[in-house]
Design a protein around this ligand. Sequence first.
Ligand code: SF4
Length: 456
Amino acid sequence: MSGEGLATEIDLPSWFLFGKRLGEYSLDALLLYGKERIDMLLEFSQRRTLEALNSMSGKFNNLVGLVALILAASATNDMYFISWLLEIEGDLFTALFNKLDLGKKVAVLRYILGELLVGIEVVSQKLGMSTESLLPEIQSILPKLTEKRQAMDFLIPMSRFLAAARFSRAYRLIKSSRAIAVRGWVIAPLEEFFRLSKSHYQDMLSEKIQMLSEKIKKDPEFQSYKAFGEELISYWRKKMIVQKPVVRRDLVTTEDRLWERIDTFPPCLRILYDRFISTGYLPHIERLQLGLLLKALGMPLEEQLKLWYRAVDNVGLTWEQFLKKGGYYIRHLYGLEGSRKDYRPPKCETIITRYFCPFVKTNFTELKELIRGMNPAISSSELDKIHEEIISREPRKACARLLASIIKNPNLKISTINHPIQFSRIVYKHSRVRTNESKGKSSENLQENVPQRYKP
Ligand code: SF4
């Protein structure tokens, strides 16, 4: 296959936003398209088999909807929405890109990287080097690329699918020693450039959001764009909250398996868990927090692996492929890989400064709905007290107020939560006491009986 013959004239796929003219739309029309795109992205995040993707295929071409989401992100600069959008669109891109034939993959990559030479003859001609002098250079990166495969077996097909891109667009491959740099070009097997496509695509979306943001700030219609963006993002927020966790049949609740007792989770854990179950997506740092807290509540490794297999970035992976890719990091959390350290769950102070505590990171209007989801019986005055603690920048006291509203037990003398696991264990203990009381047994002092496995 010659490099020149590879797909230079093949159209970009219909789901690919860039390189297309989409015409003009009113904000009302954009709102409708944007909502459709949000619905599609949430559906995509919940379904990850190839069959499910095939059945959704027509919905991926709603590019006006994607433009609407970009406009909403630009007009509001809502960082949480932007981060969700980039991550989920990146995952969708990967799932769709992986299904393309070779010619279309090259066409997309050429658009993303600007220039892409494919085939050893094309590369050597452009660089003014003979193929004989190029091959030994490539051999230097073979050990990294081939792992256990025979180097020469790999070299022959690789020379056919050898590719080169400008250094400024593909230097990341050099940093990870998966390519060589020659005369301003990065040379590697085509497959390596495929791996770069998602992060470049996300960068392109991010740049588009930033550029548009700068542009519309100066537009006399800026307030209309902002109102449009806020309406669309509010629709997205409601959808994220409304989506109920999928209850798996194998997660049968029993008395002493706290990781299955979602009703005992502290707000930080509950919100992250619900978000992940409903969207399949969490930023990296929040994944770590969720994984460590579930482990601390006793979730076995096998269950944790099953949970993370749901992530949208594992779309299209078989269970075995997932175990090789993401499974390593999860086993790492359990001290079974790398430094074999048994990582402890972070306490509230650490979560508040470095991870996700909703009493710090979530605006109160949204938080109120989330709290009501955890405690539908909460009164307005209890909500007001929580709000006051948040305004006073006392997230751990706000959390204790929420706990008190759930427990409703005057014997509980806790004014500050120190550790998420402490929260779970108190709620769990309380539920057991209530059950015992309803069976006629005596009440217990909740504070004294909280198991201290993770003493704050
Ligand atoms: Fe979680 Fe602690 Fe924040 Fe409560 S105060 S939500 S337990 S981090």
